[in-house]
Design a protein around this ligand. Structure first.
Ligand code: N01
Length: 546
């Protein structure tokens, strides 16, 4: 080691020290700060953005809303919070969710614990005492007993490598990095590339403004009308009077919201019952259409019934049958990519100034100063919107240089796919916890409740270590291996692996194709985590001071 290395090591040893560093100030990071502080642990949060909000700070594209009902997609840990805040719509806009997050941050005095404009660039384990040295792009260095990665599964935006993209002379905006002042497309010729949730929400709004809109679609997506509406004071009062029961159902559910599937399996229901159930769920709106019947995501025949109903609905609103053919997915079972929720998405393609281009039929060849060229023709454009998604689950963690035992790097360790135990711990990386990481239900559940559950588990684990005189906790390699097998076993019993989804890493060229989530259900997962803790953190090695 060079003398400079030694000098810097000793300087780092004198760096300020806290019990926990939390990376990210979205829902998860904010709750972690609140909970760890409440339990008397000194905690510092680093947030790359200038404000709180995480995904809801960045994703402010036109039409951005949550696809989980607002009354469920908010903190449950404090009845005072859920009683005091009043949501205005069934599905909250990005702006309203961000207002809510700011309100919580103020109410719980969280800002004082957060460094903003502070991107964590590395976290390095000191094996002698199982502590972490965390470096920030501001030059700050902090030592911590625990590092909690509340970095969010969908926070590394993906920009495809279209040749010539940087030569385009008009505006380019990624939905995940939308300008705060907004974008006015009035009188403009606009392209949207990508038809996932972000594209499907923004396309109808952009179409309202633009002179011409060209939508470049690679894979058509299933999208169900959101059925959004304003909440009346009676709606709000009914939810608030019944919040405890609503939350109880959510905690015991498959996805973290109080949905109950039809009592029969799809093919046990008569054709009339089936149709009525699909119609009722369709009218209620949103992603839960894929859970109308409990077997829809495991039984191909059941799934096909839902798909046929869906196809009929879409053909009913798209005027041109050739356009409808392009818009209706045929390459994956319904629900195996996250179902999108929309407001007038399909109707938008009936408008004369909106054109749909399948880049499967006519791929994008290049972008130049004036627009996009496909194998068929050139499109003159003033603006390009990239609704091209994320390097999900692992992308953000891979950007941080996380160095564990023996100098092993997390990004190398995960080269063939992420390895975690319960989505919470990683072998070789003691005292580092993930919130909503790969191997947890994460995005398959209500992310707010999921974050609360993870943070509570982590805080309990730290309490257990302190109470019993341990300095560290580390996932056992065998437990990680077995958990991966378990996650794969459960995924393979469903239809999910049949889709080239971001759940599978399939949207990122070169990313290993593995199903990155625990699909056994939110309540089942929480029970497993509880059992592991109750058994003295079975599958984790508890470390004594050496
Ligand atoms: O990203 P996506 P997203 N050439 O990956 C296409 C959550 N979310 O930001 O499907 C051409 O779904 C890509 O095509 P393909 C939610 O969990 C929630 O929309 O890979 N096209 C796809 O059409 C969601 O699932 C909400 O073939 C290219 C699109 O870009 C997740 O975030 C709102 C391409 C990307 O879709 C991600 O959603 C928004 C290329 N080279 C997001 N590369 C709500 O709560 C990619 N594409 C409602």
């Amino acid at each position: 080691m060079s003398i400079f290395g030694r000098v810097s090591d000793s300087a780092e040893r004198q760096a300020p020290s806290v019990d926990a560093v939390v990376v990210g100030a979205g829902f998860a990071g904010l709750y972690a700060l609140h909970e760890l502080r409440t339990r008397g642990l000194s905690t510092r949060v680093f947030e790359a953005a200038p404000e709180v909000g995480g995904t809801w700070y960045f994703n402010r594209y036109p039409g951005a809303r949550c696809d989980v009902e607002s009354v469920d997609y908010c903190f449950s840990f404090s009845d005072e919070l859920q009683q005091q805040w009043t949501w205005s719509e069934k599905y909250a806009t990005q702006a309203e969710i961000l207002r809510y997050i700011n309100w919580v941050a103020d109410k719980l005095d969280l800002r004082s614990g957060i460094d903003f404009n502070a991107r964590v660039v590395s976290a390095t384990l000191d094996e002698d005492d199982s502590t972490w040295t965390v470096r920030v792009d501001t030059g700050q260095v902090v030592r911590a007993r625990f590092v909690i990665m509340a970095t969010g599964p969908l926070s590394a935006a993906l920009t495809p490598n279209f040749p010539g993209l940087d030569t385009f002379e008009g505006q380019i905006h990624h939905t995940a990095h939308w300008p705060h002042e907004g974008v006015d497309f009035t009188g403009k010729r606009v392209a949207v590339i990508g038809t996932g949730s972000s594209g499907i929400q923004s396309i109808p709004v952009i179409a309202d403004q633009a002179d011409e809109l060209v939508v470049f679609q690679r894979t058509p997506n299933f999208s169900v009308p959101a059925g959004n509406r304003e909440l009346s004071s009676e709606d709000v009062a009914a939810v608030k009077a019944n919040y405890a029961e609503r939350r109880r159902l959510s905690w015991r559910s498959g996805g973290g919201s109080p949905h109950v599937a039809h009592p029969k399996l799809t093919m046990q229901a008569s054709p009339e019952e089936r149709r009525e159930a699909f119609e009722t769920r369709w009218q209620l709106g949103g992603v839960l259409f894929s859970k109308t019947f409990a077997d829809q995501m495991t039984d191909r025949t059941a799934n096909e019934e839902a798909r046929k109903f869906y196809e009929e609905k879409i053909r009913g609103v798209v005027d041109d049958p050739d356009v409808a053919d392009l818009l209706i997915p045929t390459d994956h079972p319904i629900g195996t990519k996250r179902i999108c929720t929309d407001t007038n998405y399909f109707q938008t393609f009936n408008r004369p100034h909106v054109k749909l281009v399948s880049v499967r039929k006519t791929p994008i060849v290049a972008v130049d100063a004036t627009g996009i060229t496909t194998t068929e023709r050139h499109y003159d454009l003033d603006a390009i919107v990239l609704a091209t998604g994320f390097d999900a689950m692992t992308g953000t963690l891979a950007k941080i240089d996380i160095v564990g035992r023996g100098g092993q790097r997390l990004r190398d360790d995960w080269a063939d796919g992420p390895r975690t135990y319960l989505g919470l711990g990683v072998d070789g990386f003691p005292n580092m916890f993930l919130v909503s990481g790969p191997g947890a239900p994460a995005v398959l559940a209500n992310m707010v409740l999921h974050a609360e559950a993870h943070v509570n588990w982590i805080a309990d684990a730290i309490g257990y270590l302190d109470e019993h005189g341990y300095v560290g906790i580390e996932a056992e390699p065998d437990a990680v291996d077995e958990w991966i097998v378990e996650c794969n076993r459960r995924a393979n019993a469903t239809l999910f692996p049949q889709a080239n989804s971001w759940y599978m890493g399939a949207n990122v060229p070169g990313k290993p194709r593995v199903f990155m989530l625990f699909i056994g259900g939110f309540a089942v997962y929480l029970d497993i985590c509880r059992e592991v803790a109750a058994a003295g953190y079975k599958g984790f090695r508890l470390l004594k001071d050496s």
